[in-house]
Design a protein around this ligand. Structure first.
Ligand code: CMC
Length: 430
């Protein structure tokens, strides 16, 4: 294969290096193009731009393949815990027993948040969206760790920050929920594992012991793994962008959480459930909603369908659809919303509009039905996504700041505004 690409510009030939990834992905390195030609490339929405090289996650959208550190998502979702998966993403290999024990212990013993932070929760209105609370709280956490904020941390300091964040984010998430329902906060218990502790903090109430359902623990573990990384998506690119200015990890993650909240990204899981509920309330017929989604004069989209990268199927959606059936059956939940989702998917997949545009259900299409069956309220769905995505964001941030070639992210633009406008003093302006 050629090692350079040739570009003809103004009668001159420019040679650009070709970069090949370990799974055969091909790129043309244009980083020196402007210096040698004066041209930049224009790619609105980064449809065709590789922003970095990365050894964390591989996905092939045409074939429906997703791997973390070379291991398929099908295998990981079946065989590891979320904490093992987090270690794999962040440190590049599956932990041995000692590594896993140390990682778990660190997460266990850093689970408390400063008592003063409880006051922050109490000043939010009870209807505040938990994503607003979570993003602010993650940034606010930084105020309690001034020693962890310097841009060039030692390995030990970095690991301390990472462990604290993984542990505390689920506490902040559960506290945000408790605040929204007006219940007292429930503190983590060290004898419980990561997911059990989260469920305990979410659902335990002082009046009675909380009966942990292993089906719920398994389902949450699976969902967190499936959301754990997805290479250079909008929120991950945000984390990298903010981190590239050497902003601290708390600030970078807080920005990522805000990006994730958007309904075209992680916020879609809440939108899907609201859409399915609207279809149910409308009598259950989905033709009207499919017609709206296809109507170019209507802003409505079929939420949970379509993906920038997957043009075949989203492997995560396949796993979640199956889990959805299993979980609802094991919990004895009969949810009419699941039947609506299945019917809607089947009809959309036969519709030429969706076939021509290669629109398939994505990770958000069925996840909300599982969360709902577990008693997690709709406005917490994107928070669940954020807890899952946390190790991926951290791994991507770590990879970037440890790269000796790291540069601040700073895209170019093509200016299309007015030129040489004469200044008019205010008294003469019409
Ligand atoms: N419903 C109806 N039409 C759609 C949909 C949809 N959900 N998604 C894409 N299209 C159409 C779109 O209108 C366009 O049509 P045309 O070619 O006639 O203009 C065509 O399909 C290509 O779509 P696009 O918007 O150019 O594709 P994109 O890569 O820019 O956007 C997307 C990807 C995920 C933002 C989009 O498919 C979408 O808005 N889906 C609904 C929101 C959603 O489920 N988001 C979650 C994504 S997965 C979780 C995550 O990792 O973020």
């Amino acid at each position: 294969m050629a090692t350079t690409a040739k570009l003809e510009l103004d009668g001159k030939t420019v040679e650009l290096p070709i970069v090949i990834g370990s799974e055969g992905e091909k790129a043309i390195d244009i980083s020196k193009l402007r210096a040698s030609t004066g041209f930049v490339t224009l790619d609105s929405g980064y449809m065709n731009t590789g922003a970095c090289t990365s050894a964390i996650t591989f996905l092939d959208g045409e074939k429906g393949i997703l791997k973390y550190r070379g291991i398929s998502i099908e295998e990981l979702s079946d065989k590891v815990s979320f904490i093992e998966c987090s270690y794999l993403l962040i440190y590049g290999h599956l932990p041995n027993q000692t590594e896993l024990k140390n990682f778990r212990e660190g997460i266990k013993y850093h689970s408390l948040i400063h008592e003063d932070m409880k006051n922050f929760f109490n000043t939010y209105p009870s209807h505040a969206h938990p994503m607003a609370i979570l993003s602010s709280m993650v940034c606010s956490l930084s105020a309690y760790y001034p020693e962890l904020l310097k841009p060039d941390q030692t390995e030990e300091e970095k690991n301390g920050t990472i462990t604290r964040l993984i542990s505390k984010v689920r506490v902040l998430a559960a506290f945000a929920y408790k605040r929204s329902v007006g219940h007292p906060f429930v503190y983590p218990k060290n004898e419980l594992d990561y997911v059990q502790n989260f469920l305990h903090m979410m659902f335990a109430v002082p009046a009675e012991p909380y009966q942990m359902d292993p089906v719920a623990v398994k389902a949450i573990n699976l969902l967190l793994i499936l959301h754990a990384d997805h290479e250079q998506n909008c929120s991950t690119s945000t984390v990298r962008m903010v981190g590239s200015a050497k902003a601290n990890l708390f600030a970078s993650l807080s920005a990522g959480i805000c990006a994730l909240w958007g309904p075209l990204h992680g916020g879609a899981n809440q939108e899907v459930l609201e859409m399915l509920e609207a279809i149910h309330a409308d009598g259950g017929g989905y033709k009207k909603f499919l017609d709206k989604a296809k109507d170019k004069n209507d802003p409505f989209k079929l939420m949970g369908f379509g993906h920038r990268v997957y043009k075949n199927f989203d492997p995560r959606a396949k796993i979640i659809k199956k889990a959805c059936d299993d979980v609802l059956q094991k919990l004895g939940v009969n949810d009419p919303i699941l039947e609506i989702a299945k019917g809607l998917e089947e009809t959309a997949l036969k519709d030429p509009y969706f076939i021509e545009r290669k629109l398939y259900p994505n990770v958000d299409f069925y996840s909300g039905i599982i969360y709902r069956a577990l008693g997690i309220p709709t406005n917490m769905f994107t928070v669940m996504f954020a807890i899952g995505r946390l190790p991926g964001w951290i791994a991507q941030w770590k990879e970037m700041i440890e790269d000796p070639q790291m540069k601040i992210c700073r895209p170019r633009q093509i200016y299309t505004g007015q030129t040489n406008v004469k200044f008019v003093p205010i008294e003469k302006r019409s």
